[in-house]
Design a protein around this ligand. Structure first.
Ligand SMILES: [Cu+2]
Length: 165
């Protein structure tokens, strides 16, 4: 009798522990999917465009605006663009541009990637990247979160100046 009660009590304890664990464990993160663009709470990406190089084989350049209305700093760590082999974040200063490893966006601020300033160089464009089309950009933040946005693909020299490398 005593033994049986102990086992029953242990089983109940185990059940309780299990239910508690279920309640406190965070929701699993959704898998990356092309059908459902990813978003990061408080982060808005607008005006995304990818400008084709004037000379085929040269890198293209991507521009967009990113707003941080989250209550904390977010750090943009990497950018991937469908149909490009790799990207680099660059900052233009005078006649030169240098690679930037990460971009910090303070709370309640926005940062513009634009010609002659901060921009994304996109290397080895696939033949699917054509002016008039669109492609997907996915930003990875330092905390591992991602946000994606559609980029309009524009022909070279869209009135905003070229990108000399
Ligand atoms: Cu550049």
């Amino acid at each position: 009798m005593t033994i049986r009660m102990t086992i029953a009590a242990a089983a109940m304890l185990a059940l309780c522990a299990c239910q508690q664990a279920k309640q406190t464990s965070p929701e699993p993160k959704a898998e990356a999917s092309k059908a459902a663009p990813e978003g990061k709470p408080g982060i808005t990406i607008a005006g995304g465009r990818l400008v084709m190089p004037a000379v085929a084989g040269n890198p293209g350049a991507a521009y967009f605006q990113i707003d941080n209305s989250a209550g904390a700093d977010v750090v943009l760590a990497a950018i991937a663009i469908d149909g490009t082999e790799k990207t680099e974040i660059h900052q233009t200063a005078g006649d030169t541009m240098s690679k930037v490893d990460s971009v910090e966006i303070a709370p309640s601020t926005s940062i513009k990637f634009e010609p002659g300033q901060l921009h994304v160089m996109a290397f080895n464009l696939a033949s699917t990247i054509k002016a008039g089309g669109t492609t997907e950009m996915t930003i990875t933040f330092a905390d591992g979160d991602k946000a994606s946005a559609t980029l309009k693909i524009e022909a070279a020299g869209g009135g905003m100046g070229g990108m000399a490398h």
